[in-house]
Structures are given as structure tokens and as C-alpha cells.
Design a protein around this ligand. Structure first.
Ligand SMILES: Cc1cc2nc3c(=O)[nH]c(=O)nc-3n(C[C@H](O)[C@H](O)[C@H](O)COP(=O)(O)OP(=O)(O)OC[C@H]3O[C@@H](n4cnc5c(N)ncnc54)[C@H](O)[C@@H]3O)c2cc1C
Length: 231
């Protein structure tokens, strides 16, 4: 089913990264926390030949607001240029919410390993659980280039507790409270002392997914405990 949703506004939520909001008031737009939708800009004639449709994770939890939120960064494509310059009231078409990594499908005490915009489904799931009062032990490894361009840092910091372990990992910067570099075996082992008992959800760009899978498998995680999504 296709939903024509009106653009409300955008906010720069961290360096070069925008949250875009679309009105779902009165619409029966249903999705599960963590899912993505395919998004079409109907009026866009993409001269770069890359088309007018992309997938976007929905970053806020369902049932939370009368809007949905997507997060994106500027690239050189016509699609990116247009979606970051919408006029209030313009309609985009949202279809087919999908994605197996969603709040209904998370087993046991999850370990999330998120890179870049891969953090958006995790943010949706965690905020959904927080609002519903779901108590789970959660570990979140969050890899990004810098702290300044990593969305939702303050929010995850706020959730930190004995049952929510938050491990930001940044390639650049020297702050002591962050791990430096990329997600790697040493960092993984240092923060995960019950490796075989956990379930693993990896969301991010393809290179990061394959590297993270190698690390988990080498550490003895069985295939059936690893779930991935290319975001
Ligand atoms: C499940 C999922 C969730 C995602 N969630 C997010 C999200 O929350 N935020 C976000 O920013 N991005 C997300 N993405 C990625 C997003 O869909 C876009 O791929 C990304 O934003 C890059 O789009 P672009 O136009 O900037 O990049 P570009 O690389 O310029 O374009 C990518 C698109 O162009 C097409 N394309 C590339 N070259 C050609 C060609 N020569 N001819 C025809 N078509 C071509 C590709 O098939 C692809 O659809 C998600 C992707 C997936 C699969």
C-alpha cells in the first residue's frame, strides 16, 4: 500500500546529518520498530539516471507521534539533492515497510553492532522498548567516523545503565570515553563476556557487515545467532 505523506520540516541533528519529518496524521501507516520503507519522490526526474526511489529506515518508534522521521546525509545524487530541499507540504510516497530486524524479531539479550546510518533502526527499536517499559539487557556498539557526525549520541548516553551498555567507536577524535578506530575483535571481546549466550544484530554498510560477521564467527558465535541488514 502506498501512502502519500506530507513533508513537515528538517533539522540538522548532527554534523551534515538531517532528520526529515513527514506527517502521518489520520493515515493508517503501520510499521514495526526497526523497519524501513521505500520512498519515492514523485516529481523528481532524476537526470543522473539513478531513479527517484530509495529505502530509508524509520528512525522513530511506531505509535509515538503523528509523524515519522528519517535520517539522511547529503550525497551528490539528484535524489539526495531533492529530499534535502523539500518544501513544506510536498508529498513523498512511502511504501512497503519491511525488514527482519525489528522489535518483534529480537531474541534474548541483543548485541547491536551499528555503523553509520545503521543506527536508525536500532534507535527506533530501543526507543520503542523504552516507551513500552520492555526490560532487556542490551549492548550497543556504535561505529562512526566522528562523534560530531554520529546521530542520537545524547539519547543513547541517557539510556546508559547496567542493562544498557553503550560503546561508541570513532575513527577520528581522541576523547577518552570513546573507543578509537573501528569495530574490531579486541573491542568486541573486551565488552562481551558472554559471547555464546547473546544474539547479534548488525546494521550498516556492506563492508562493515562482512567485517563484523568475520569477527563474530571467529569468536565462536553460531550463524543462527547473527542477523544482518545492509542500511
Ligand atoms: C534497508 C535499507 C535502509 C536504508 N536506510 C537508510 C537511511 O535510514 N538513511 C539513508 O540515508 N540511507 C538509507 N539507506 C540507503 C538509501 O536507500 C540510499 O541508497 C542512500 O541514501 C544513497 O542514496 P544516494 O542517492 O545518496 O546515493 P547514490 O549512490 O548516488 O544512488 C544510489 C541509488 O542509485 C541507484 N544507482 C546507482 N548507480 C546507478 C546507475 N548507474 N544507474 C541506475 N541506477 C543507479 C542505486 O541502485 C541506488 O538505488 C538504506 C538502504 C537500505 C537498503
Amino acid at each position: 500500500m502506498a501512502f502519500h505523506l506530507r513533508y513537515i520540516e528538517k533539522k540538522e541533528i548532527c554534523k551534515d546529518t538531517h532528520a526529515l519529518y513527514f506527517d502521518i496524521t489520520g493515515k493508517d501507516f503501520y510499521y514495526k520498530a526497526g523497519q524501513y520503507a521505500s520512498v519515492t519522490i514523485p516529481i523528481l526526474e532524476a537526470k543522473d539516471g539513478k531513479g527517484n526511489k530509495r529505502h530509508f529506515s524509520i528512525a522513530n518508534a511506531p505509535g509515538e507521534n503523528n509523524f515519522i522521521e528519517i535520517i539522511t546525509r547529503k550525497s551528490g545524487s539528484d535524489f539526495s539533492g531533492k529530499i534535502l530541499n523539500l518544501v513544506k507540504g510536498e508529498e513523498l510516497v512511502f511504501e512497503n515497510p519491511a525488514g527482519e530486524i525489528n522489535a518483534d524479531n529480537i531474541h534474548g539479550s541483543p548485541v547491536f553492532i551499528a555503523g553509520g546510518t545503521g543506527i536508525t533502526p536500532v534507535r527506533s527499536i530501543v526507543s520503542y522498548w523504552k516507551k513500552k517499559g520492555v526490560h532487556k539487557r542490551i549492548t550497543l556498539f556504535y561505529a562512526n567516523r566522528t562523534a560530531a557526525c554520529a546521530p542520537f549520541m545524547d539519547e543513547f548516553r541517557m539510556y546508559e545503565s547496567s542493562s544498557f551498555e553503550f560503546i561508541p567507536i570513532f575513527e577520528e577524535g581522541e576523547e577518552e570515553r570513546y573507543e578509537k578506530g573501528v569495530f574490531n575483535e579486541e573491542i568486541f571481546r573486551r565488552y562481551t563476556n558472554d559471547i555464546s549466550a547473546r544474539y547479534y544484530y548488525i546494521t550498516g554498510p556492506p563492508a562493515m557487515l562482512s567485517e563484523a560477521i568475520k569477527i563474530l564467527v571467529k569468536a565462536g558465535v553460531r550463524d543462527e545467532r547473527i542477523f544482518i541488514e545492509n542500511v
